[in-house]
Design a protein around this ligand. Sequence first.
Ligand code: FES
Length: 70
Amino acid sequence: MAKITVKTNGPYLVEGVTIVDGEGRPFPLEAGKPVALCRCGASAHKPFCDGTHIKVGFRSEDTETPARAK
Ligand code: FES
């Protein structure tokens, strides 16, 4: 079963899925390990998180919907 964990001030942690590019080709990922997808937009290795969210001071509450933020 797929699971997506929305990390506070960080990426989406994705488990149990295959991630493909725009041509439908799967990214080579280690089976059974969660993958961090960039949520801040600053990663140099999109769609994956490379930790840049820390350098840019990404704050997740800035991207949450009003109903979810409070
Ligand atoms: S969320 Fe980590 S680099 Fe964007």
